[in-house]
Design a binder for this molecule. Structure first.
Ligand code: PLP
Length: 382
């Protein structure tokens, strides 16, 4: 059954973003990061659009996400798990040629054991710790690990050596990123002599690819840019400055829409909704919108959020409820039940972007997008 709101994904916007990224990366392999249900866009709708654009390498966080991508696409693709895989999911991954990160010894041993049993090599990426202090083997262990890898060459195919940068989207982390890059390239140089290695080195995400081009190396893991967002305003400003441009080269792929559920008049001097956070100072007209915090419209947008109706911007008034919210439409007398409401996207000449939306709610684009529930209907538009 139709949900109370729907999400639209723009094929032409995605095409723009993909050509921007491909153009930037050149020879570097573009791995499309689609964790978090493709940053809330919906794997089953978004991944086929990526495939149409020639993308064949996908990165996810966990084995269950890998399965979603696997089911959404033809089999001539690579899927790489960058985070969690349970020991009992390793067999599935190996059988289906799913690549996965190894950053601790238990997983390494389990991969060898399972691959030996199946007589199919495990496709692994060794993640090394360069300074983020999240997951990753200590560089000191590398020699020992390579020995294990060489001894088990029949069961382990080393696809890559990788690490992740801790905050390339802000210049305040410059020193930390530079140190990480240096540690990583030192490892890379140290391994030049190992002749049986034929692997991809990868380090960069969206921000690093723009801010630190040298980090792109053999493969770049690009998430947020493909959805049409810069990782931070700082990265956008730097990009525009460097390219002497005034125009954001990316286009937002997602829009989020619903319809007015009811319209009512409220006398002057009344509270609207739960509690006392909104008080009508004059006779008002209120539109009820069937979207609330359970649908990903943050409660912190209470009395702060904006929506578009009839090409005009209106304020969310009172608290955002679990399933609905109220909007003050006093300035537009004639709005009726059933009219389109834009929560993210364009209507007429106005636009509500996720980032302006999240500025109000102090959330980053990343967090707000991934909170959009998987059950909201997705539609592909031109
Ligand atoms: C999420 C993620 C990325 C992509 O980050 P963006 O900023 O969206 O480009 C790259 N690498 C790893 C390890 C990640 O977890």
């Amino acid at each position: 059954m139709q949900h109370t709101s729907h999400i639209e994904l723009s094929r032409s916007a995605l095409k723009t973003n993909i050509s921007f990224i491909k153009n930037m990366l050149g020879e570097t392999t573009f791995s499309s990061v689609v964790k978090g249900n493709a940053y809330g866009h919906g794997v089953s709708h978004f991944c086929p659009l990526l495939y149409e654009n020639g993308i064949r390498h996908f990165s996810v966080f966990s084995a269950n996400e890998a399965l979603d991508v696997f089911n959404a696409l033809p089999k001539d693709i690579s899927i790489m798990i960058m985070g969690h895989i349970d020991n009992d999911q390793i067999e599935w991954a190996i059988k289906n040629g799913i690549e996965f990160y190894v950053f601790e010894e238990d997983r390494l041993q389990k991969a060898i054991e399972t691959a030996r049993k199946l007589k199919i090599p495990a496709l692994i990426h060794l993640e090394i710790e360069t300074g983020m202090n999240r997951s990753g083997f200590s560089i000191r262990k590398l020699k020992y690990l390579l020995k294990i890898l060489e001894e088990n060459k029949a069961y382990l195919q080393l696809m890559g050596i990788c690490s992740h940068l801790a905050g390339a989207e802000s210049i305040t982390n410059y020193k930390r990123i530079k140190d990480q890059y240096e540690r990583f390239t030192k490892v890379q140089k140290g391994l030049r002599e190992v002749d049986w290695l034929n692997i991809k080195y990868h380090l960069a995400c969206s921000a690093a690819s723009i801010q630190y081009p040298k980090t792109r190396m053999d493969l770049a893991r690009i998430g947020i840019l493909q959805y049409g967002f810069f990782p931070s305003n700082e990265v956008l400003v730097q990009y525009l400055t460097k390219n002497k441009s005034h125009e954001n080269p990316l286009k937002r792929v997602i829009s989020w829409k619903t319809t007015v559920m009811d319209v009512k008049e409220v006398k002057a001097g009344e509270f609207v909704g739960y509690g006392t956070s909104f008080f009508t100072s004059a006779k008002s007209k209120i539109a009820l919108i069937p979207v609330g915090y359970s649908h990903g419209f943050s409660r912190s947008l209470s009395n702060h959020g904006k929506v578009l109706i009839r090409g005009q911007r209106f304020d969310v008034v009172g608290t955002v409820n679990m399933n609905m919210m109220a909007v003050d439409i006093t300035q537009a007398e004639s709005i009726e039940k059933g009219e389109e409401v834009v929560l993210i996207g364009k209507q007429g000449d106005l636009d509500i972007s996720v980032s302006s939306f999240s500025d109000y709610s102090n959330l980053l684009n990343y967090e707000l997008l991934t909170r959009l529930p998987a059950y909201i209907t997705r539609k592909i538009i031109q």
